[in-house]
Design a protein around this ligand. Sequence first.
Ligand code: PLP
Length: 349
Amino acid sequence: MQLAEPQDFERVLSSMCTEPHPAAREAAERFLATNPGDPGTYESVSALEERAVELLGEVTGHSDPEGYVASGGTEANIQAVRIARNRADTDDPNVVAPTSAHFSFTKAADLLGVEYRTAPTTDHRADPEAMARLVDEDTVCVVAVAGSTEYGYVDPVPELADLAHEVDALCHVDAAWGGFVLPFTDHEWHFGHADVDTMTIDPHKMGQAAIPAGGLLVRSRELLDELAIRTPYLESTSQVTLTGTRSGAGVASAVAAMEALWPEGYREQYRASMDNAEWLADQLAARGHEVVDPDLPLVAADLSVPMTEELRSRGWRVTKTGAGEMRVVCMPHVTRSMLRSFVADLDWY
Ligand code: PLP
């Protein structure tokens, strides 16, 4: 059977992933048959994973981080909650997050037997006072989102880190999507800005690596060891990852993308994507739509056209927020000319 063509990116405005950088694509192909889950056998990809963590540390203000390249943000978030649960001394653990947190935390709570408490946001950002009302002595983790899935907004990370540490909980920052654009903004979001314990930052999103390349970063070895499981039949003696066999393609492509783009390439990409987001926001506002002011390169607007189906029939891929706004993610493959033809199609209604 002949395989269908994969989705091209020409009209994709909904995805938080993008076309891999050419160096990342090449590295992924070269390392396709390697397994960093067995570092004693696959030594070179294992060394590359150490480099990936070192580079992710540079991006996130940590000179000596621990962590690994996960399958994606979902795995990294699950593992962060698992670290927090395992180190805590309670039989009734809970995690406190803003309602804007990604649904992967619901999976984490379900899998790990942890109660999940969410507090309403104010202007799409976490409200530390509302979160404080949910925190108690059984709270093991306070989640801050740095680049929210729906609006691209950034929570007040230093305040949420203080809140976590008041009850000896961990502060986890989910920068899965925002992590490769935030270094070029004034936001306080990373290990160097606040007492952050764990972080999700995904090379396969704004980092322009091939899928699967998520990132879990941890402040210290001691925290990562909360995940360690003995591995009797491998040459290494323990494993901290959630999956066993893993993609060496993801690891190698993450390193290749970061070596090629950090920091100047990412800075240029941030500027181009942000310019596009602001341009689109202006175009939509000029047409009378209510637009959520973009903070990172993501535009949400209250569009009254019966959009999804009609736009879809013209090849566009757009999604809605939970509140029903249209949402456009200005990823690296989203160009100005693409947005111009999108706006022209909207004008047609
Ligand atoms: N966290 C955030 C903020 C996200 O936007 C996403 C996905 O878009 C995730 C986590 C989950 O990442 P993945 O789909 O790679 O598992």
